[in-house]
Design a protein around this ligand. Structure first.
Ligand SMILES: Cc1cc2nc3c(=O)[nH]c(=O)nc-3n(C[C@H](O)[C@H](O)[C@H](O)COP(=O)(O)OP(=O)(O)OC[C@H]3O[C@@H](n4cnc5c(N)ncnc54)[C@H](O)[C@@H]3O)c2cc1C
Length: 592
């Protein structure tokens, strides 16, 4: 085996261990890749239980009142979120929104939490990223994997904001390649402590946090290997050194992004979170939560852009007309409305998967993160364009929003890495079935023939059956049928790609991008249809004479189905060869 093959084998083994431990029910995204519509994951559209909704409404009212006093422009100018704002966020309960009541939290579900984050995302991205860093990821490992003793010790001060949390994964050598953490944690001879050494960079709240969840490598017993473990580290531990408290940056300037080093920092073994050596799994589970609230924050920001764009389009006149009378402006407004509707629906459904305790929603959270961050970037750009020159000046919020939004496509897993992840993890199910069939054809044995028969029937079943998309509202049946056909076509295209490319598809990111793009739009349009169905049914139950305005949802579905067709036709009709040749040539000889 050459070095490259050995590395590939190691990566596959790591991914298998990480992602596919234990039997799992077929989730929505994995179902799509098998040609199924797993309806109970996405329909009916989830609702927050009435009792919690009342409490959430109260929390939202309090939060809105608090946010009315917030000055996002000043936070941006001063590059600081003042302590009184942090105290206020603690008072209204957002810093411990999902923490259990017994530790002083509000006990909200992830869906309710997303509504709070959407509200903050509407107003100030610095503040929403700060809350995400503290609550969505900073204290998440403690909430999910902490023992009762650990929670009792740490949580009460963290949920009020008296103390702040941070999540420290990224290092010089471990950015997108999160598994490549180099920070070392060596056990002491008596096994009571670990000695941590290494550096972390780009960490939100690094220098203002009182408790940091830090990922470091621990030795694997009776082997020369190491694995990642999560530790709780506090800055008062000797050897904790802040290298840069606030790195100067272009957006979300209110957040304190920093670098720190751990130099022989002695951490008690009681500070380990989750199982030893399972820190990567801990980190990725934490990021599932972070990516959901990312979706909520992007939704909030998109709604603000839509409101600003409508205000301007209705008031600014050129050529004796308001801007809103021009079709090219209408096009932008309509697209923004459609995307904002879809972003909210997708966030709500993804959060509900977490709340229902379903297993394995990693593909859905990755799709949500990529989709909402890409849509928000477009939405801000459209709003910016409608404002013309005025958007360029700092007295309007759009230039700040544009700067703030740019991190979204990079942080918590860059969109390229997540796009590839969606395609590869999604294709694994049908890929394994094809492998079963192929291996049997090459070398038949009794057990293999029966497994290959099942795999073959599964593939055949998906190939001949258009999945049913069960909507209740008569007026949505045509869209539902179209979605079913798109899923069938998608499955067909995935099968064809797997048969045509076999194992090399693991490296073919241009193919992966189209497959993941189609999957994301199928998920988005499913969420939209589910939400639309629920709204129509709700109006019917209430006896409303006019159905709710469905124009944005309708437009989204049309455009989304069109995009799916475009992605799939691109699998066979593209310029990939020429594109790759050009990149190869230019990467080899950098132009002057
Ligand atoms: C403001 C800010 C706040 C942050 N907060 C935190 C935090 O609180 N905690 C924390 O742990 N980290 C944090 N990060 C780090 C962030 O998660 C990383 O920046 C991100 O994971 C990308 O890593 P990188 O910057 O090293 O980019 P790299 O890994 O060097 O990637 C650079 C680019 O290369 C491309 N790329 C990389 N790999 C692939 C691939 N396999 N396929 C195709 N393209 C690829 C992508 O386009 C990517 O954007 C923060 C970063 C910033 C800027």
């Amino acid at each position: 085996m050459n070095k490259l093959d050995a590395q590939r084998q190691k990566e596959i083994q790591q991914a298998e261990e990480l992602l596919f431990a234990g039997p799992q029910a077929l989730g929505f995204a994995k179902g799509l890749f098998q040609g199924h519509f797993v309806s109970d994951w996405v329909m009916p559209y989830p609702r927050i239980p009435a009792a919690q909704q009342t409490e959430l409404n109260k929390a939202l009212a309090e939060l809105r009142q608090f946010l009315d006093e917030l000055d996002p422009a000043e936070i941006d100018r001063q590059a600081d979120i003042p302590r009184k704002v942090i105290d206020g966020l603690g008072r209204v309960g957002v810093l411990g929104a999902t923490a259990p009541v017994e530790y002083g939290g509000r006990g909200f579900t992830q869906m309710a939490n997303c509504k709070l984050l959407e509200e903050i995302g509407r107003r100030c991205a610095s503040t929403s990223v700060f809350v995400n860093a503290h609550h969505s990821i900073g204290i998440r490992a403690l909430l999910l994997f902490g023992t009762h003793e650990q929670k009792q010790k740490w949580l009460p001060k963290l949920v009020t904001g008296e103390q702040l949390g941070a999540f420290a994964l990224t290092e010089q050598e471990a950015g997108s390649d999160a598994a490549n953490v180099q920070m070392q944690a060596r056990p002491t001879d008596d096994g009571a402590h670990f000695i941590l050494n290494g550096e972390k960079r780009y960490i939100t709240n690094a220098a203002i946090a009182h408790v940091l969840t830090v990922m470091a490598r621990t030795p694997v017993p009776s082997s020369d290997k190491t694995a990642i473990t999560a530790f709780l580290v506090t800055p008062d531990m000797p050897g904790f050194t802040v290298l840069d408290a606030r790195m100067q940056k272009m957006g979300i300037r209110g957040t304190a992004t920093g670098r720190f080093a751990l130099r022989d920092v002695k951490v008690p073994k009681e500070n380990i979170l989750g199982p030893m050596g399972k820190g990567l799994k801990v980190a990725l589970t934490v990021l599932d939560f972070g990516r959901t609230t990312f979706g909520a924050c992007c939704t909030g920001a998109a709604k603000t852009c839509l409101r600003l764009a409508i205000d301007h389009a209705n008031t600014r006149k050129q050529f004796n007309k308001t801007l809103g009378e021009f079709d090219l402006v209408k096009k932008k407004i309509a697209r923004m409305a459609a995307d904002a509707y879809a972003m909210e629906a997708m966030t709500t459904i993804t959060a509900s998967l977490i709340d229902r305790g379903l297993e394995d929603y990693m593909i859905e959270t990755a799709m949500l993160k990529v989709f909402t961050t890409e849509r928000l970037w477009e939405v801000i750009n459209d709003a910016f364009q409608i404002y013309g020159g005025s958007a360029y000046f700092v007295d309007l919020p759009l230039e700040r929003m544009l700067r703030d939004a740019r991190i979204n496509q990079i942080g918590e897993g860059s969109n390229e890495v997540l796009t590839s992840f969606v395609a590869l993890v999604g294709m694994r199910g049908p890929g394994m079935e094809f492998k079963e069939i192929y291996d049997t054809m090459m070398k038949p044995s009794r057990g293999q023939i029966s497994r290959a028969w099942t795999a073959g029937m599964n593939r055949l079943g998906a190939a001949i059956r258009v999945p049913d998309v069960p909507v209740k509202s008569e007026q949505l049946r045509a869209h539902a049928r179209q979605l079913g056909r798109c899923i069938w076509r998608f499955n067909f295209a995935v099968n064809r790609a797997l048969i045509a490319y076999r194992e090399p598809i693991l490296d073919m990111q241009l193919v992966q991008e189209r497959i993941a793009g189609a999957a994301m739009d199928l998920f988005a349009s499913t969420c939209v249809l589910s939400r639309q169905d629920a709204e129509i049914q709700f109006a019917r139950r209430n006896g409303d004479s006019a159905p709710p305005d469905q124009s944005a949802a309708d437009l989204f579905l049309r455009q989304s189905f069109r995009r799916v067709r475009h992605f799939l036709s691109g699998l066979t009709d593209n310029d990939d060869k020429s594109l790759l040749a050009t990149a190869k040539s230019y990467l080899a000889k950098r132009p002057s």
